[in-house]
Design a protein around this ligand. Structure first.
Ligand code: MN
Length: 150
């Protein structure tokens, strides 16, 4: 029997047989984000999912929070990430941990696209988009309030 182990070869700006999809199918609270799902539900043994996201120059992911944590590794380009009251510049190979319930948003705000792997639990809660009241209670930094896109 053939082993289910495998290599997905990189191809161009993506991977063989991995169709880039829209980041999210609902809402307009993000800009210029594509998703490549590398390892997901089709592998029943996995307790996590491994996805690659790319944010085009000037784009951003949704401002959101959820109980499940993220681990993120930057693979391409530069940008920044907002995590509650912190904003950090990002470049290739930087590794990010986003703790449960942190309000977060990635920005490709350095004149180039930002590409990153994001590894999450297989079973996870749905991201919530925080309202203005919730944002106001958590984010105290004026600089970050100006930075975030809703
Ligand atoms: Mn998230």
């Amino acid at each position: 029997m053939k082993s289910p182990s495998k290599v997905i070869k990189s191809a161009g700006n993506g991977w063989d047989d991995v169709e880039p999809k829209e980041y999210k199918t609902e809402g307009e609270h993000f800009r210029g984000v594509t998703r490549h799902t590398l390892f997901s539900d089709e592998i029943p043994e996995l307790n996590f999912h491994t996805r690659y996201f790319e944010i085009e120059t000037g784009g951003y992911s949704s401002l959101e929070r959820h109980r499940h944590p993220h681990t993120v590794i930057i693979l391409r380009g530069r940008g920044s990430v907002v995590m509650d009251n912190e904003i950090s510049d990002l470049e290739s190979n930087d590794a990010v941990y986003i703790a449960p319930n942190t309000i977060h948003q990635f920005h490709a705000d350095k004149g180039q696209a930002l590409g990153f792997l994001c590894i999450v639990d297989r079973y996870r809660d749905k991201p919530q988009i925080p309202g203005d009241k919730e944002i106001g209670e958590i984010i105290r930094s004026e600089k970050i309030l100006e930075k975030i896109k809703k």
